[in-house]
Design a protein around this ligand. Structure first.
Ligand code: GLC
Ligand code: GLC
Length: 901
């Protein structure tokens, strides 16, 4: 085993991860932005920004899998004499005297020191703003006067991140910019500077002359004088604005500048790297204007610092949209009013500091909703900080943009987003509500669903289509979580279309119903759910049958139309969500009945008699009995599924995984390879199928025996060693990676919850701690490779070349599932329709702990005394009085709860 180096540590007090060595084993990134404007930022300031959609509104350019890795970002070059350095080490990689990157909640602060100068940059996206702030503080820590040359750098993306990387015959001709530098008296639309502004003289670099704007073609200079309120300097990116786009971006600094560049080739040099831009090495900006090719934005500022002196510069990367008829202020000149306003709101240190304080308060509030104190730092910091933070990020990004997801491949996944919102719903329920409606709007009338949709348009993605037969169930999973958190049943009455077609609307409840029916109507020969293209495991493609490497495993169905292969994972998922659906129908029956009673009572008190709303009353009671009937109908289907699993889904020691197209077992002792799979163990134990016959306990034991290893539980065992045409993509991966026996972290919590339901607290905890980032962080920073503060999608399994190596960090359903596991099942605080259920499942070593839980309009302080028990609540005392059962009934206000196990 290679030696494990440490690259950083947690700082819980500031809710930060502190990286102290820029050469992390992989870029360790953070996310900025909350709702519309987003940025990815690595520990060396690499990454990019986009507005809402990483594919269609990419603001800055990034080249994935570059050489060297992570080249491209927002860079500040500082030149002192012949030394050029960056506060984040890259791209110059000049050795620094000090380096530190602090990734916090929605912000990143990178600090570098060189030869007595400190440069510290705070990056964040202020709440509600379409902009990334980069506050650069330069401090002279030496006793000499320092004269520095500062260059900023951003490279624009031509909006569509896919065509930006492909369509060069067009791209190299479309780029357009405008520049406004009041202190140099420059204000140009693109056309106004056909001849490049003269470049300043290097020999006399201390005093750079303002370049004269081109007057040879003065009729074309019609740019209005910039608004005086926007002092500083701004470079605008307006490619394609002349045609159908109504949006542009800008890069501003709130200081006078002595030069700038907007043409990449001129600034960097055609054969130079970003570590050696010609303009920077020479200490001389070119005042270039991009006409096609690759537009960039770079400001040049000369800075003199007295000993001890500090100066702030606020850089702002902004995005603006204009109404169609307000696009231009003069022919070809973009209307900048909104840009001025945005700049004006963030152009001083004070304004920026205030916005930053607001962001921190926002996170204080979010993280105060569920807070635990166990005394185990490694647990507390994940529950109170990083797990919840990652849930927000996965909610926002689904699987679109990370350093493994290029942002152009996938939009929002139907199943992914439903799972993500379960980790997020307690934070901002209103956003989860909207997300549920958006997702449901991409469902088809038969209950099937688009597998993905594009966040900007909210339309289903035709390239991938539907046919993933687990998808419908997840809508129940997401909606029920929302209902239990909020008690807002009105969402079920929302009118929601199919496939976004106006006129097709039915209630959300109706969508849930057809989701369940979609499973029931698509059963196979063993009365188990048909798998379709795939279930949760996108790579178990039982109807694909492909020998053609140019075909997509995800969408190809060659021989069958999916009428035979069946999934035990969907069977378990159906039982779990089916039970929830039944409980929901019963709850609705109860509520409508109560409404009926209330109406009666209310009529009585108003009129003194009961007759007037007789109609109303009977309507409610019909409704109520309809819900009861629906509950009974679905309970039957659930029972039938349980029977089918017991009869056809049990292999003796574990649950089967599936039946293939030919009716052969998958995930059985009879198979040569992949005898056991994790998904069906997780879902069928969560569904508690056959618990009374010992099936659950045996299945959980088999997971320990065959799937578990030092780094977690692998997806299947033994790994596939060759491609199996009947199974598809799963066997395309080398042993131990991804869906072929990788530790696919997402599904470990399913088994852990199965353990919790079975009351096996020691086992649950052992599995959980293995994939808990803070535990891994302590042992394996080098091996694990990716960010140690969040879960990654996959850790190489025991059959891999290097077990324990992590990949695909950040955007994974693991975040929401880890949250559900720890908050509801291990620590045991679970929202129900009427209150909070308290039912922990703990290792027998657990000590007393306290959870602060804000729930709707109530604040609960819950102290649990485990007394060595793994499971089983003996007594709950609410505000001084013992209550029956394990549910604390919801009531607004502050409450204290003592729980004895
Ligand atoms: C990826 C997908 C997810 C899928 C999983 C297993 O994480 O985003 O939808 O369930 O892989 O294949
Ligand atoms: C591949 C990946 C899987 C992912 C899918 C998404 O199949 O292995 O994890 O869910 O692509 O398209």
């Amino acid at each position: 085993m290679e030696q494990q180096k440490r690259y950083g540590h947690f700082d819980d007090q500031h809710r930060e991860y502190v990286i102290t060595d820029p050469k992390t084993p992989w870029p360790w990134i953070n996310y900025l932005g909350n709702e519309d404007f987003f940025s990815l930022i690595s520990n060396t300031a690499g990454g990019y920004s986009f507005y809402k959609d990483a594919k269609f509104r990419r603001i800055t350019r990034y080249r994935y899998n570059n050489i060297p890795m992570d080249n491209g970002g927002r860079y500040f070059y500082i030149k002192e004499g012949d030394t050029v350095w960056n506060p984040g080490w890259k791209p110059c990689k000049t050795p620094l005297d000090f380096y530190e990157c602090r990734h916090g909640m929605g912000y990143t602060r990178i600090t570098g020191r060189k030869n007595g100068v400190e440069a510290s940059v705070l990056f964040f996206v202020p709440l509600g703003k379409w902009a990334e702030v980069q506050k650069l503080t330069l401090t002279n820590q030496s006793s000499d006067v320092k004269t520095l040359k500062l260059f900023s750098f951003e490279e624009w993306c031509l909006w569509n991140a896919a065509t930006d990387m492909e369509n060069f015959q067009r791209n190299f001709s479309t780029g357009e910019v405008e520049v406004e530098v009041p202190n140099l008296a420059i204000s140009t639309s693109n056309n106004s500077s056909k001849i490049e502004a003269p470049t300043p003289d290097v020999s006399n670099s201390s005093k750079i002359e303002a370049p004269t704007p081109d007057v040879s073609n003065s009729s074309k200079i019609e740019a209005p004088t910039p608004d005086v309120s926007t002092s500083g300097a701004t470079i605008y990116h307006k490619t394609e604005y002349r045609e159908r786009r109504n949006h542009y971006a800008f890069y501003h600094v709130n200081a006078e500048i002595q030069g700038y560049d907007t043409n990449r080739e001129t600034f960097v040099g055609l054969y130079n790297e970003l570590s050696e831009p010609e303009a920077v090495l020479e200490g001389r900006p070119r005042n270039s204007h991009a006409h096609g090719w690759s537009p960039i934005a770079s400001h040049y500022i000369e800075v003199t610092l007295q000993p001890g002196e500090s100066k702030d510069f606020v850089f702002l990367l902004g995005y603006i949209e204009n109404e169609q008829d307000e696009k231009f202020s003069a022919p070809q000149v973009i209307n900048k009013q909104k840009a001025y306003a945005l700049i004006e709101s963030l152009n001083t240190t004070e304004k920026v500091d205030k916005a930053f304080a607001e962001l921190n308060q926002y996170w204080d509030k979010l993280l105060n909703i569920y807070k635990v104190k166990t005394g185990n730092d490694k647990l507390d910091r994940m529950v109170n900080i990083w797990n919840q933070y990652q849930c927000m990020v996965t909610f926002n990004f689904s699987r679109s943009a990370s350093f493994f997801e290029s942002g152009i491949g996938r939009g929002m996944g139907f199943r992914d987003s439903n799972q993500d919102l379960v980790g997020f719903v307690h934070q901002i329920p209103s956003r989860a509500r909207q997300r549920i409606i958006d997702i449901a709007s991409t469902q088809f009338p038969d209950g099937g669903c688009y597998h993905q949709y594009q966040p900007l348009t909210k339309r289903g993605n035709n390239d991938i289509g539907g046919g993933f037969n687990d998808d419908p169930c997840w809508l129940i999973f997401g909606t029920v979580a929302y209902l239990k958190e909020t008690g807002d049943f009105s969402i079920l009455d929302e009118m929601v279309p199919f496939d976004n077609q106006p006129g097709s609307e039915v209630t959300l409840f109706e969508h849930l119903k057809i989701s369940m029916d979609h499973v029931i109507k698509n059963l196979g020969p063993h009365m188990l759910p048909l798998i379709g293209r795939a279930d949760w495991n996108d790579c178990l493609n039982l109807n694909c049958f492909s020998w053609d490497p140019n075909e997509s495993f995800q969408t190809t169905e060659n021989v069958s139309e999916g009428t035979k292969a069946e999934s035990l994972m969907i069977a378990g998922l159906f039982v779990v969500t089916g039970k929830e659906y039944v409980a929901l129908c019963k709850e609705l029956a109860k509520r409508t009945e109560n409404l009926e009673l209330k109406t009666e009572r209310c009529d009585y008190s108003q009129d003194g008699e009961q007759s007037t709303t007789g109609n109303h009353t009977s309507q409610f009671s019909t409704l109520s009995s309809q819900f009861s009937a629906e509950a009974a109908r679905m309970q039957q289907a659930v029972d039938a599924m349980i029977e089918a699993v017991k009869k056809h889904g049990w292999d003796g020691e574990w649950y089967l995984r599936a039946y293939d197209f030919y009716g052969r077992k998958i995930g059985s002792n009879e198979c040569d390879e992949a005898k056991i799979f994790i998904e069906s163990q997780g879902w069928c134990t969560m569904a508690e199928i056959g618990a009374e016959d010992g099936m659950v306990a045996k299945s959980l034991d088999s997971c320990k025996k065959y799937l578990e290893c030092e780094h977690g539980m692998v997806l299947n065992n033994p790994a596939f060693t060759k491609y199996i045409y009947e199974y598809g993509e799963i066997s395309s991966y080398p042993e131990g990676y991804k869906e072929n026996a990788g530790i696919f972290c997402h599904n470990n919590p399913w088994v852990i919850i199965g353990e919790c339901l079975a009351g096996r607290g020691n086992d649950a905890w052992a599995h959980y701690a293995k994939i808990l980032p803070s535990y891994v962080e302590e042992k394996y920073q080098t091996l694990h490779k990716v960010e140690p503060y969040v879960n990654c999608q996959m850790v190489a399994g025991k059959d891999a070349f290097k077990p324990g190596e992590g990949k695909n960090s950040w955007l994974t359903g693991t975040a929401a599932w880890m949250w559900l596991t720890v908050s509801q099942h291990i620590l045991g605080i679970k929202p129900e329709y009427d209150g909070l259920r308290i039912d922990p499942c703990l290792p027998s070593t657990a000590g007393d702990y306290t959870v602060q839980r804000k729930f709707r309009d109530a604040q609960y302080t819950i102290t649990i005394h485990p007394n060595g028990a793994q499971k089983g609540v003996k007594q709950i005392v609410l505000d001084g009085s013992a209550i029956d059962g394990t549910v604390i009934p919801y009531s607004p206000g502050e409450h204290t709860v003592e729980v004895t196990m």
